[in-house]
Design a protein around this ligand. Structure first.
Ligand code: GUN
Length: 287
């Protein structure tokens, strides 16, 4: 069997086009332009790439982008003061603080200082609780993108066995909540899981979000399963730099029914969902 390749780039382009259309209508009919503020503390090169890409996509969708780049030694008080200002700025509908933050800053405290209605990452404790209890919330972008691709591929997910490998607050846990919300039978596996291979082989839907390059080989995949690879790992092979996921693509694609590639799978959907969340936050703020 050779898997269908789920084209996240094309899917994301469609989502972005729909968002842009809605933004144009909002502007024309209501004179409102959604605004996203992105805060970057320090000079982590990967974070700088992400932040630049988020800003560019925001502007391309017709929204206002506000970038705040702060020195690595910014104090917690100064960062909280900026967030307070953004919380109270009616032109800002979404706020994203790029993670990881430098070690002297308390990430939980910072994230929980964002107005939950503007928390387009869905990381605020209120949004986490709302998602966990099936209420209207801001949903974290990466798992939301994965869910959209899964719904598109499967139609209904009801009754399917889903295994999420990885238990992070950003991906693993919210992904599991979303799959549960769509009536999957969900297992969260992680580095301490006993016989991880056997657990993965039970999955109709296998979501890999561990951050370890090519950790999951094809013989851990049930024939015909859908494999969603959230990993973005930079490695060097044969003297060349390369991006790989958390699954061994060739061997998994030979067994799976469908698979997301890296790059061009989950990655583009994350930014598309960030734009969609910013639009949602703007619409909710304006009734
Ligand atoms: N760092 C890595 N992924 C993310 C994300 O989705 N949101 C934020 N704020 N930081 C990140």
């Amino acid at each position: 069997m050779s898997a269908k390749v789920i084209d996240g780039k094309e899917f994301a382009a469609n989502v972005r086009a729909k968002v842009a259309e809605h933004v144009a209508r909002l502007k024309e009919e209501n004179g409102i332009t959604p605004g996203l503020a992105v805060v970057l503390v320090g000079e982590d090169p990967a974070s700088e790439v992400y932040v630049r890409s988020k800003g560019k996509s925001t502007v391309e969708a017709g929204m206002n982008s506000y970038e705040h780049k702060l020195d690595a030694d910014t104090s917690e008080a100064d960062l909280l003061a900026l967030i307070d200002k953004l919380n109270n700025d009616p032109a800002v509908h979404g706020i994203l603080v790029q993670l990881p933050l430098p070690g002297h800053l308390n990430s939980d405290l910072v994230i929980n200082s964002i107005d939950p209605a503007k928390d387009v990452d869905g990381f605020h404790i209120s949004n986490v609780g709302l998602l966990g209890t099936g209420q209207k919330s801001m949903v974290p972008c990466t798992p939301l993108g994965c869910l959209m691709m899964l719904r598109d591929h499967h139609g209904s997910l009801s009754g399917l066995d889903a295994v999420v490998v990885g238990r992070s607050n950003i991906v693993g846990k919210p992904m599991a909540q979303l799959l549960l919300g769509d009536s999957c039978t969900v297992t969260i596996a992680h580095s301490r899981t006993k016989d991880l291979a056997e657990v993965c082989r039970r999955a109709d839907i296998l979501v890999a979000a561990v951050g370890r390059p090519e950790m999951i080989p094809g013989d851990w995949v049930k024939p015909g399963a859908t494999v969603i690879d959230v990993g973005i790992n930079r490695i060097e092979r044969d003297g060349k730099k390369k991006l790989v996921g958390d699954v061994e693509y060739e061997s998994c694609a030979a067994v799976a029914g469908a698979i997301t590639p890296v790059p061009g799978g989950v990655g583009p959907m994350t930014i598309a969902c960030l734009l969609a969340n910013t639009l949602t936050a703007c619409c909710r703020a304006n009734g």
